[in-house]
Design a protein around this ligand. Structure first.
Ligand code: RB5
Length: 150
């Protein structure tokens, strides 16, 4: 595994601007990022970038990832196909807290056409700082993993 603090991040064109903002926000917190692209606002397929990030979280190379597309929906659908990935679409703060407490979400997904930078920063902060509660929630996330092949 890489530096356990390092976060792998990716977006499509609709999430590109928010991805750049989030990278800067994380740099300000001294959290390094590995950027899988995309590199601009030319149209691309969210699936390609979602898969790059999700594969590296699924393999254990990175503990955590962030994905951003227009709504966050396509990235969530893509990432959750990968074993061991628990990607949570959070366009509100409550979801960001709860996806950590109850779901141990290892990929945060946001919609660049849904939320602004101020809310995104608070969502990222909550997702980084909120611990998993374990207990009965551990059993439940293990059931999720049992549905796909490792
Ligand atoms: C791109 O137009 C848009 O479909 C994509 O960013 C995402 O919102 C898909 O779920």
């Amino acid at each position: 595994m890489k530096d356990s603090k390092m976060i792998i991040i990716g977006s499509d064109h609709a999430g590109y601007a928010l991805k750049e903002f989030v990278k800067g926000f994380l740099a300000g917190l001294n959290i390094p990022t590995e950027d899988c692209g995309t590199d601009g606002e030319a149209s691309v397929d969210y699936t390609d970038f979602g898969a790059k990030v999700a594969q590296k979280v699924s393999s254990g190379e990175y503990a955590r990832g962030i994905l951003i597309c227009g709504t966050g929906l396509g990235m969530s659908m893509t990432a959750n196909r990968f074993h061991g990935v628990r990607a949570a679409l959070c366009n509100d703060l409550f979801s960001a807290v709860m996806c950590r407490r109850h779901n141990d979400a290892n990929i945060l997904v946001m919609g660049g056409r849904v939320i602004g930078t101020g809310l995104a920063a608070e969502i990222v902060r909550a997702w980084l700082e909120t611990p998993f509660e374990g207990g009965r929630h551990q059993r439940r996330i293990e059931k999720i993993d049992s549905m796909t092949k490792g």
